[in-house]
Design a protein around this ligand. Structure first.
Ligand SMILES: C[S@@+](CC[C@H](N)C(=O)[O-])C[C@H]1O[C@@H](n2cnc3c(N)ncnc32)[C@H](O)[C@@H]1O
Length: 512
């Protein structure tokens, strides 16, 4: 499950309604708000005169935690001290709840002059603070409501989170709104050399493509640096959230330096590591306990042609029930049914298919069949027509472009590479072992990978496939993947990452 603060907004799909609607949210438990405050002595900084703001405050748990600590330490909550706490939040009901709770629990009328009901991204805020604390929303841009996406696009571009030349790409982007919120608040709300302390998804530091724009360490033309991170691996700070998360300290107007001090929760203890970017400055981080471990992976090199770049498996875009079968269906033309890789191949070392996938595609060119080609197969036509409405209703920017061209039977991740006779394929998602194998075909039908679960390198010759498999078996590769902090996570050995860690020698037309 994702951190679902902003995902589900039913009814009118505009950002005003989004702001006002009660939407699924995960708030920080009081205990963990206090933990973060204590970890970095934020309470003492407040007593010493620092102005503190939670820029996406929800029901104000971080401010409540400050008041709790004051009460426990018998420190009076004075008007002066209150005047140095501020909350920004887009949902008025949360702020109302905060004021009611503060009155009930502490007998304090929290000053309305320090409560700002606004969108911190799109609306200007005058205040400047010494310290920002909180837990920004964690939601993929692609999962936001359409109208809000449109509103936010220019801000993503402005903050360098997506290239100006590729704004269309943003539609399907996995860039997290947390990256945008952070850049906006660090760049606009902090006083000179101010600092920020946040709970965050670790993907900001370890995600390959989507978050490289976050890792330019610059917000609104000001440098920012991350100096310490605590990654939770077994403690459940946020119940029911599967996204990997951490908390981190940011220092504004400071150049990013490496290594970053990186504490990882291991065996119930915080174990100190060092974090450094893989190669260039905005690369994902790798973490090591000892800097000697960085020698790993320096010489990994594999020859492949441009057509052989690593790929994800086929994506039905939510229509697995239409395209994927547990048994090979006898009622559909066999030439469009392909064996689909499943975990059994790696677990049980079997190469008989446990699932099949329907690809109504022209295998020579890797393009969807035209409707007139489909019509030549009555049963295929009837089957697809039976599911037409469902297939046409699928979402996603790239897929919609194809559906709008009339090809509502399209799948994503299908091209000439899908029909290469050999694939060097591995499990790419949530694993800890890197085990590439060679798959060819069953009765002339090529094996397919399943979405992000599998990644593969297409090969047109068996000896080439065997060579690449052998080269991928280099024991340094899983060590490097673990350093890139993907073990057990969704980005364990995804194509972009494999491409990045291996310096591929792109040999043009090697197989011609
Ligand atoms: C994960 S919750 C965290 C709330 C609180 N800081 C906590 O830790 O419990 C994120 C909050 O940000 C608010 N939010 C999301 N986008 C916002 C925006 N653009 N401006 C202001 N608030 C926003 C949501 O309404 C939600 O209450």
């Amino acid at each position: 499950m994702k951190h679902p603060q902003l995902i589900v907004v039913k009814g009118k799909d505009n950002w005003c309604s989004l702001m006002k609607k009660q939407i699924g949210q995960v708030f920080t438990p009081l205990k963990w708000a206090e933990w973060l405050i204590n970890k970095w002595n934020i309470f003492d900084a407040w007593l010493d005169g620092a102005h503190i703001c939670d820029p996406t405050a929800g029901q104000g748990v971080f401010v409540t935690a400050m008041l709790h600590i004051a009460r426990n330490r018998r420190i009076p909550i004075t008007v002066d001290r209150l005047s140095r706490l501020a909350l920004i939040e887009m949902s008025p009901s949360h702020l109302k709840r905060f004021r009611e709770n503060t009155k009930k629990e502490f007998g304090v009328d929290f000053p309305t002059s320090q409560i700002f009901c606004q969108d911190v991204i799109t609306e200007a805020h005058k205040g400047k603070y010494d310290i920002l604390i909180g837990n920004p929303p964690w939601v993929n841009f692609g999962d936001l409501p359409t109208a809000y996406k449109t509103l936010l696009k220019p801000y993503f571009i402005q903050e360098g989170l997506v290239q100006e030349t590729q704004p269309a790409l943003l539609g399907s982007s996995r860039v997290d709104i947390a990256a945008l919120v952070l850049k906006v608040v660090l760049g606009k709300l902090l006083k000179k050399s101010g600092s920020g302390y946040f709970y965050l998804p670790t993907s900001l530091f370890f995600g390959d493509g989507a978050h490289s724009g976050f890792r330019n360490y610059s917000a609104d033309h000001r440098n920012f640096a991350i100096d310490t991170v605590y990654e939770f691996t077994s403690t459940k700070v946020f119940e029911g959230v599967n996204t990997a998360y951490c908390c981190a300290r940011f220092q504004c107007d400071t150049q990013q330096e490496f290594p970053v001090t990186y504490f990882k929760e291991l065996g119930g203890k915080w174990v100190e590591h060092q974090a450094l970017p893989l190669k260039s400055a905005n690369d994902p981080w790798r973490i090591v306990q000892n800097l000697d471990e960085l020698n790993i992976g320096e010489t990994l090199e594999i020859r492949f042609t441009p057509e052989q770049k690593p790929r994800q498996g086929v994506n039905t875009c939510g229509a697995n029930n239409v395209f994927i079968f547990d048994h090979k269906p006898t009622h559909l033309p066999a030439e469009f049914l392909y064996p689909l890789a499943t975990k059994e191949i790696w677990r049980q070392n079997v190469s008989s298919p446990h699932k099949w996938i329907l690809l109504p595609y022209h295998r020579e060119i890797g393009k969807p069949l035209t409707w007139s080609q489909i019509k030549k197969y009555d049963i295929l036509r009837d089957y697809l027509q039976h599911h037409q409405e469902e297939l046409q209703a699928r979402k996603g920017t790239l897929l919609r472009a194809s559906i709008n061209r009339g090809n509502w039977w399209t799948l994503l991740g299908v091209g000439p590479y899908s029909f290469a006779p050999f694939k060097v394929i591995w499990e790419a998602y949530g694993k800890k072992l890197f085990n590439p194998i060679v798959l060819s075909s069953i009765d002339g039908q090529m094996w397919q990978g399943n979405q992000a679960m599998h990644a593969f390198i297409p090969c047109w010759f068996e000896d080439d496939a065997q060579r690449i498999k052998t080269e991928l078996e280099n024991p340094e590769i899983p060590i490097l993947l673990r350093q890139l902090n993907g073990a057990g996570k969704c980005n364990w050995a995804q194509p972009g990452k494999i491409k990045k860690i291996l310096s591929f020698d792109e040999v043009e037309n090697r197989f011609i």
